[in-house]
Design a binder for this molecule. Sequence first.
Ligand SMILES: [Zn+2]
Length: 401
Amino acid sequence: MPRPAQGRGPIATTRASARVFRLVLTDGPVRRGELVRRTGLSQPSITKITRAFLDRGYLAEVSPGHGRNGVGGRDVRIGRPSVPLDVRADREFVVGVKVTANELIGVVTDLRAHVRHAARNHLSGHDVADVVGSVAGLVDELRRLEPRFRVRTHALGVSVAGAVDRDRGIARYEPFHGWRDLRLADLLSAETGLPTVVDNDVRALTEAENWFGVGARADSFLLVTVGAGVTGGLVVDGRVRTGAFGVAGELGHVPVDPRGPRCYCGATGCLEAVASEPAIVRRAAELLGEPDLALPDLVRRAQGGDARVRGVFEEAGRAVGRAAAGVVNLLGPEVVVVSADHQAGLALLEPHLRAALHEASYGAAGRAEVVVRLAPFEEWARGAAAVAIARRIGDFTSPPG
Ligand SMILES: [Zn+2]
């Protein structure tokens, strides 16, 4: 059992040690020799850094062939350089919370962002104090589930919609609750007693994908999410890109149809105005002349063979594919991940988005692997947890060597 009282400082205290820890976290088990090769640090430096992590219970030596993620309590302290090292994922836990208009979605994860528990709570009100109090309540509820969560949770990550200054912990503009320049991280930290990092929800999801998802095998990828809105995240050369103005990756507002519907952002024919769930519902309602339709009705009708409804999904799916192709041709990512929180809706979009992306890809850019998968809100909360893990390690910027 690690010594819990020592867990409150940062996990890594130097840039070099952060780099080593991140590499073992995302790619472990890893031998010391490989760490030397991939970080460019000297053998004595690697020995010293890994020794300190071993002593503090963050790393363990594992028998070769031992699978990852199962290290806890079974380390064999042989001390030979050829013995692989791995992170003790349950050395610490973090809580991640996604804030939506009416609901909080929370998870407690280990250091590898594996979700150990999840919970959802409705928000009692929209005032800052209501939301902060509700987040603290959910954090407390999750930490009470197991004694080790109470003792070994040292960070909270919270993701919100809109513009966020992550470094200063300020929600610059949050559209659901109307917050402007709110020092959210300080408020949450005071209420929960946990160091708190606040981030934009899509960027947090992209960080999780970069650290613990396709980022483990691809240096460059595009993440597209289709749901109440259409959003995107962009990782190029190992880093989540936000651009000069923080909007890089905003696929939802890429214009896809000059004759398309007006978008809430003021422009015409944005992807979001064509392919978000509300856009699909609105378009189908127009076509069918039935104003009170909801997405499940449309899914049922499309599955039942209604050609008009199927056409609406086809149009939306093709728009997503064309917009993604624009990014693929421009930046050449290895992987395109398309996710949605509605499985049946996603299945109706998938063949069309794949076909349009394939048709519109230029040359070798078309080799990009396309991954289509479900991402419920718990995945977004896990994104917030991943940002908290990154903050614990003190390394947002340097990709693994
Ligand atoms: Zn727009």
